[in-house]
Ligand binder design. Sequence first.
Ligand code: ADP
Ligand code: MG
Length: 252
Amino acid sequence: MKLPKDKSVIVERHNKVVYDCGDTVVKVFNGNKPAADIMNEALNLARADQAGIDVPELLEVGKVGNTWAIATKKVEGKTLRQLINEDPEVERMADFVELELQIHAHKNPLMNRQKDKYARMINSLGDIISEATQYELLVRLDGMPNHNKICHGDFVPSNIIVREDGTMSVCDWAHATQGNGGADCATTYLHLMLGGEKEIAEKYLRTYCERQGCEMSYIQNWMSIVAAAELARGRVVEQDYLLSMIDVVDYY
Ligand SMILES: Nc1ncnc2c1ncn2[C@@H]1O[C@H](COP(=O)(O)OP(=O)(O)O)[C@@H](O)[C@H]1O
Ligand SMILES: [Mg+2]
């Protein structure tokens, strides 16, 4: 894959750079990202598309120099994050939650299973939490209701592109699974809290529960599990908060 000369950086992170290349957006990962992770992200995107969700069209998976990259067709618009920052007073929560529930209304039997993924992540935490806590979390996970809804896994405003006409496309499917929508809700809540948006996070949680018709305690039950899964991503700055969310205590 060749990047055009005329391009701009949308975002640069420690492990990737995302470029606006005019008609396309190219996500270029750094060298040590396993090929399997890139294929998994592209496959999730393709599967979400196949299930009928509004997502950017997958154009190409290939190498830019020595490193892997995913090219998608650019969706013209602004991210929900940009819109919120530009005008925080505008009410957007209902649309945000509605879009998430619309995603959950879709199925794809080939997507990775959420419980398998969480179990793997909890099992990888041996250096951070005690064996007893790991066990407790795995038992709790096992007891959660089995669903097979498509869950985005990182449903946050920066992953939603709002077109001029108000329709929305959802990008960044690296963490998608099929499973329980409540886990997705708990993940969004955690991300909003970690981003310092406590008020928005609380409002989001209330709105989700109202629209979905579930008790807040149902989402709370997922919180320690998704906090452990986030912990497994290894972002050190978030460790203390995430450990505090793993309320089965007994960590060291
Ligand atoms: N196909 C696309 N069309 C328009 N913008 C996109 C597209 N893909 C990604 N973006 C923009 O690039 C940003 C980063 O891409 P994303 O896939 O979310 O990467 P990351 O994993 O770093 O969050 C998004 O927040 C969005 O602003
Ligand atoms: Mg993103």
